[in-house]
Design a binder for this molecule. Structure first.
Ligand code: BES
Ligand code: MN
Ligand code: ZN
Length: 493
């Protein structure tokens, strides 16, 4: 799909589908939709709204033929919902719905759309362009690499049409940004949708190394050992896949701040010797979703050119119950010298993150953000709509929540109550890797905090949001690219 912005009149443009909109409850449309209503001799107001009862309910659509009254073959009216509830996030979502609808229709090669939101909606044309681009490309996405019959229905051209020069200029800038963001999201979705047999630690390293203009260092097993990453290495022991520690660096000419982003990169989580039951293991190829998100962000970073230094880190390995697997009761020594008694081999993510956090703090960055599909407890607490956020600096957390909301993602802060530290105590080591079943997301974060030193730190648990089994807003089922938009907005802020 090639999405562009063009100056012109809706009544004069040729298209298979012309997309206009309607706020809920409006009986006689104004603005661009009104112009089409007039060109169609009142078909929208007199027939679609008055007779057919189309109300403009959010996300609903009505398609009607134009009978040659205008060059476009058909008009699609999309409901924007109540105008008081309308937002840029809703615009992104509705744009995805429009594209999905078009993809289901016969002969829909060229779509022309009005610049939703910039007219009666009252939003800035640049933001509207960005939302339409993000939503359209996120809505278009499907993962059919392994289908022998590929989807043949495609939209070739998607044109946003506006008759005001200034709006077009702004929308173009927005579309450019929206395209970049959506490509990062879809890159991440594809990587996380890949089976574990393909997306191995070595494959993630190879992908990082393909980012030609970035500074990439991949540490192999011997080097990881030399760095003293005993917690990470222990997790990798039960697998025949070698672990990889990936460090990608981006730096602008005069960076204003230094940031490290860490993505949990367990390419398959069987649970290890504390093996998971089949139903829980089924989607564990997605346990590298956060690593995929970090790679997604770095895949487009050169296009965004933020004025900052970024270190993207992934401790990639499989968690398997092979003959050399680490065992409950083993004592591990992390990079910072702290000792950990293994209570449960299925609490592996925090072990790999522990060493990655130590590495990040040694880089002299001012902020560290880790993202991880870390706890089933977070899925229970927040479901698949919001990710959990915790950390040691409230203004960083507040900022990330804002960046998430702006990107159409949701973050919900959970506490890190001191009282739960007790449950991580070990009789013979500095700590255990799990606490009690209660407050599982918090105890995981409290565990991680042991490896954070002198930086502002936030931890984002995307266990519930990274992979969904039914659509949520603009996202189809499967991998979602959770965290990508939040991180990009944070990097650009
Ligand atoms: N990768 C899982 C967490 C997870 C669960 C992600 C469900 C996505 C969906 C993590 O490694 C794990 O197994 N956590 C355990 C920790 C427990 C043993 C303390 C969990 O949450 O059950
Ligand atoms: Mn696990
Ligand atoms: Zn895991």
């Amino acid at each position: 799909m090639n999405l562009t912005v063009s100056k012109g009149l809706l009544e004069e443009v040729s298209a298979n589908i012309l997309v206009v909109n309607l706020f809920e409850g409006v009986k006689v449309p104004a603005g661009a939709t009104g112009a089409i209503d007039i060109a169609l001799d009142g078909l929208i107001s007199d027939f679609v709204i008055a007779k057919e009862g189309f109300t403009g309910k959010f996300g609903s659509t009505y398609v009607l033929p134009t009978y040659g009254k205008i060059p476009a073959e058909k008009v699609m009216i999309v409901g924007l919902g109540k105008s008081k509830d309308f937002s840029l996030n809703k615009l992104r979502e509705v744009s995805a719905k429009v594209v999905k609808k078009c993809l289901k229709m016969q002969n829909c090669k060229k779509v022309v759309s009005i610049l939703h939101g910039a007219g009666v909606g009252g939003f800035d044309a640049q933001n509207c362009g960005q939302m339409i681009a993000e939503g359209s490309y996120i809505g278009e996405y499907s993962f059919d690499k392994y289908k022998s019959e590929k989807k043949t229905k495609k939209i070739e051209d998607f044109v946003i049409l506006d008759m005001v020069e200034e709006n077009c200029k702004k929308a173009k800038a927005g579309v450019k940004k929206g395209k970049i963001i959506a490509s990062a999201v879809n890159f991440t979705r594809s990587l996380a949708n890949e089976p574990a047999q393909w997306a191995t630690p070595s494959k993630l390293a190879e992908i990082a190394q393909s980012f030609k203009e970035l500074d990439v260092k991949v540490y192999d097993k011997d080097e990881i050992e030399k760095m003293g990453m005993g917690a990470f290495l222990a997790v990798a022991k039960g697998s025949s896949q070698p672990p990889k520690f990936i460090h990608i660096k981006y730096k602008s000419a005069n960076p204003k701040r230094k940031l490290a982003i860490i993505g949990k990169g367990i390419t398959f989580d069987s649970g290890g010797l504390d093996i998971k039951p089949p139903s829980s293991m089924l989607t564990m190829k997605d346990d590298m979703s956060a690593a995929a998100a970090v790679l997604g962000v770095m895949s487009i970073i050169k296009e965004l050119k933020p004025d900052i230094e970024i270190h993207a880190l992934i401790a990639a390995c499989e968690n398997m119950p092979g003959a050399s697997a680490y065992k409950p009761g083993d004592i591990l020594v992390a990079k910072n010298g702290k000792t950990i008694e293994v209570d449960n081999t299925d609490a592996e993510g925090r072990l790999t993150l522990a060493d990655a956090l130590c590495y990040a703090c040694d880089l002299g960055v001012d902020t560290v953000i880790d993202v991880a599909t870390l706890t089933g407890a977070c899925v229970v607490a927040l479901g698949n709509v919001a990710s959990g956020i915790m950390g040691n600096n409230q203004s960083l957390i507040d900022k990330l929540i804002k960046c998430a909301n702006q990107g159409g993602e949701k973050l919900w802060q959970l506490p890190m109550f001191e009282e739960y530290k007790e449950s991580l105590k070990s009789d013979i080591a500095d700590m255990r890797n799990t606490g009690s079943r209660m407050g599982g997301t918090q105890t995981a974060a409290l565990f991680l905090q042991n490896f954070v030193k002198k930086v502002h730190w936030a931890h984002i648990d995307i266990a519930g949001t990274a992979y969904i089994d039914k659509p949520v807003n603009e996202l189809a089922k499967g991998a979602t690219g959770a965290g990508v938009r939040t991180l990009i907005n944070y990097i650009l802020s």
